[in-house]
Structures are given as C-alpha cells and as structure tokens.
Design a protein around this ligand. Structure first.
Ligand code: HEM
Length: 401
C-alpha cells in the first residue's frame, strides 16, 4: 500500500471533497478494511463499525449484480434515521415495492414534466439575470426540489423546508440524532396529511398514483407511501443538485468544450454521462454480506458490512482507459453512477432530464461561462455525495468585449 495513504483516509473529511487520490492508492488493495460510519464521519458514534470497501470496478459491478450475497437490508437501519423502504429492502419485499412504484413513477410521468422543468429552469435563470452568482443557492438546489415537489403534488413554496429535511437526513456531522428524529416526525406528519387527502380526492400527481397502485388486492399502505416520499426527497434532491453543480464546474474550466457544445448539441448527452462517471454525485452506499464470499482473494464473512464505492469503480483504469481524464469520446454505457442490478436508480430518467434541460438552457443563454471571484467550496458534510456547497460563476448573456 502507498505508505502515505491508509484506509482511514476514506473517512477523513478532505477525502469527501476529493476522494480520487485516496481511491487511486487503495484500489489495487481492494477490498480494504476500514472503519466505516454509515452516513458520515462523526465522533458521535461510540462503537466504530468495520466495513470492507470495494473500490475496483469488477468487484463493485459483481456485488451490485449479486443482491443475494450483498444484502441491502441494514443492521444499522433506524440508528441514523428511519429504515428506508426499497433502497434498504431485499427481495421479495423489494420486488413487490419496486413493481408497485414502477407503475406510478413511469417514464411518461417524467416526460410530462419536461416542459414544466424547462420553464422552471428559465424562471430561475431570469431571476439570476447576469453577473456573479452562487449557482448552488440560485439554481442547483431549487430546481430538483421544485421538481420533486411538483411530481408529488406538493406546493413548490415548501421547497426550503424540503431541502432542510433532506440535508438533516444526509448529514451525520452537523445534525444531532434528536434533530434528525424531529425532522423525521415533521416529514411523517406532512406526507401523512397529503396521502390521506389523496385517498379521498385524487389528483394528477405521484402520491395519487401511489395510493392507487396495486388496486384493492395489493395496495401500498400509508407507511409505505410515506417511506417512499421520504426516500424520493432524500434520493432525488441532493443527487441532482450535485450532478448539475459538478457538470457546470467541469465545463467552466473547458471553454473550448463549451463552444463545441453550443455548436453541436449532440454532445450534451455524452457530457452528462461523462460527468456521472468522472464526478458522480453518489460516491458510496452500503451492503451486508449475507454469506461468506471471496472477493479478489479476500474472504468477506457473513454479516460483515460492505461499502460499494461507485465513484472509485468509475475511475478504475481497468474499466475506463485514461480514467482520470474527462473525455466525451468514450463508451459510457457501463458506468455505475446510478448503480446496477435490482436497485438501479429509479430516478435516473428524471435526473438525466433535469441535467439535459439545464445544460441546454445555459448553452442557449450564455456564450461563455466564467468562474466568479469568490471561491467554489466543496461540501464536506458527508462522504456519500460529491458536490459543492458554493459554486460562484459569472453569467453573461453577451461575450466580453
Ligand atoms: C444524478 C442523480 C442521481 C444519482 C447519481 C443517483 C444514484 C443512485 C444510486 C447509485 C442508486 C443505487 C443504490 C444502491 O445501489 O443501493 C440509486 C437508487 C435510487 N434512486 Fe437515485 N440517483 C439520482 C437521482 C435520483 C432521483 C432524481 C430520484 C427520484 C426522484 C432517485 C431515486 C432513487 C430511488 C427510489 C432509488 C432506489 C431504487 C431501488 O432500491 O430499487 N434518484 N440512485
């Protein structure tokens, strides 16, 4: 192992901001044993939890495909927040739930949202106008929260509260357990009222579709609908915020690519996919070994915790040539930024639609993209997501003289 990099650095805060040097040094030794603290790195945790970190593409891919060996049910569920439906379920519970929510969360529903997402993007950009702006505050946070609110049929004005809930849930650094539990109670009350209202009077929204999914024989129960709404809030906001932020941060340093994109919009899709590979918003999530299993010559014992490092797999040079370079000319079908297998991201089409509409809106409006005078700041609250807490850019609708 490179002498200066140890597995402990996987939970060091600077690694949350830039995990790639640590991944590069540890990947050849994967699986690596390290102290993992689900959801963050925190001195609040009294008993450290050991985990095996999978950092090589092949091992991550195989683990994601083998849900029988790598269980998503968590022995830690409930300790750091509520146990999450779907994403922390194994079959057969996962199969039933996914079938029912697939009925409600359809591609058509996402497509129907497209004109609306485009108009929100335009509104946000109109509000920003020109000059130096922190894009996180002004654009990348509000857009996905407004979209999820709209999808669920909840007034967009409540998006500040949504964002607070989503933040508090993800961060084990700043929020105490009590604060997290209080937020959870608020969320439960909020969604409970809406689900009850939709059972009486349906509307054109996802909560109504969830209430109706499965008919009378196999209907989702109230707590399942609440659990799913909470999951969408958590899984759909911060992730998309960071996809858009990471993409703009990459493009601001590549003015030639910006000009190419303006001239040729067929590059929009590869830019989004390469951003997902190169700086994916979700860096790690957790599994538990359901049986003894050998990975790259190491035995992982039944009951051991396992961390899937999506971000490390996506930079594995054995899977992607020249893996530490941002390139739009590569085959990007196999990146694992949205996971793989039965838990493959349900919101991937929505996240891609939001990123596509955003990039096109920016390209239409801004001939150039420049960094602001204030520094960009990477978030360091949680190792799960990679992204920015501040991203100042200078937006001009006319090129500088
Ligand atoms: C760029 C944005 C996003 C990224 C990078 C992302 C990433 C992921 C990943 C890696 C997983 C797999 C989890 C696992 O392996 O255990 C996942 C699952 C999931 N995502 Fe996303 N996600 C994004 C956006 C969204 C959005 C917008 C939504 C919903 C509105 C969403 C909803 C979900 C749900 C419900 C699951 C659980 C699926 C299951 O367990 O069957 N995600 N996501």
């Amino acid at each position: 192992m490179e002498s200066t990099v140890t597995p402990d650095q996987l939970i060091a805060r600077p690694t949350f901001a830039n995990p790639y040097p640590v991944y590069r040094a540890l990947r050849p030794h994967s699986p690596v044993r390290y102290i993992s603290i689900p959801g963050g790195s925190s001195s609040q945790v009294k008993d450290p939890v050991w985990a095996w970190g999978l950092l090589r593409y092949e091992d991550v891919y195989n683990a994601l495909r083998d849900h029988e060996t790598f269980s998503s049910e968590s022995p830690m569920a409930g300790q750091f927040g509520p146990p999450l439906v779907l994403i922390q379920d194994d079959p057969p519970r996962h199969t039933r739930f996914r079938r029912l929510v697939n009925k409600a969360f359809t591609l058509r529903r996402v497509e129907e949202l497209t004109p609306w997402i485009a108009s929100i993007a335009q509104e946000l950009l109109d509000e920003i106008g020109e000059g130096e702006t922190d894009l996180v505050d002004a654009y990348t946070i509000p857009l996905p929260v407004k979209v999820i609110a709209r999808l669920l049929g909840i007034p967009g004005e409540d998006y500040v509260t949504f964002k607070r809930w989503s933040d508090a849930f993800l961060s084990t650094v700043s929020a105490t357990r009590d604060e997290r539990m209080r937020d959870l109670q608020d969320m439960i009350g909020y969604f409970g009222q809406i689900a009850a209202a939709r059972r009486t009077h349906g509307a054109e929204d996802l909560i109504t579709a969830l209430v109706q999914a499965g008919g009378e024989d196999d209907a989702l129960e109230d707590w399942e609908i609440l659990g799913f709404c909470i999951l969408l809030l958590i899984a759909g906001n911060e992730t998309t915020t960071n996809l858009i932020g990471n993409m703009l941060n990459i493009l601001v340093d590549r003015p030639e690519l910006w000009q190419q994109l303006r001239a040729d919009r067929s590059l929009v899709e590869p830019v989004i996919e390469e951003t997902l590979r190169y700086e994916g918003p979700v860096q790690r999530l957790f599994r538990t070994a359901a049986r003894d299993v050998e990975v790259a010559g190491t035995t992982i014992a039944k009951g051991d915790r396992v961390t899937i490092f999506y971000g490390a797999a996506n930079r594995d040079p054995n899977a992607f040539a020249d893996s530490d370079t941002f390139r739009v000319d590569r085959d990007l079908r196999n990146h694992v930024a949205f996971g793989m297998g039965i838990h493959y991201c349900l919101g991937a089409p929505l996240a891609r639609a939001e990123a596509t509409l955003t990039l096109n809106a920016f390209l239409d409006r801004f001939p150039t993209l420049e960094r602001g005078a204030a520094p960009a700041v990477r978030q360091m609250e949680t190792p799960i997501v990679l992204g920015f807490s501040r991203l100042p850019l200078v937006l001009k609708t006319r090129p500088s003289a």
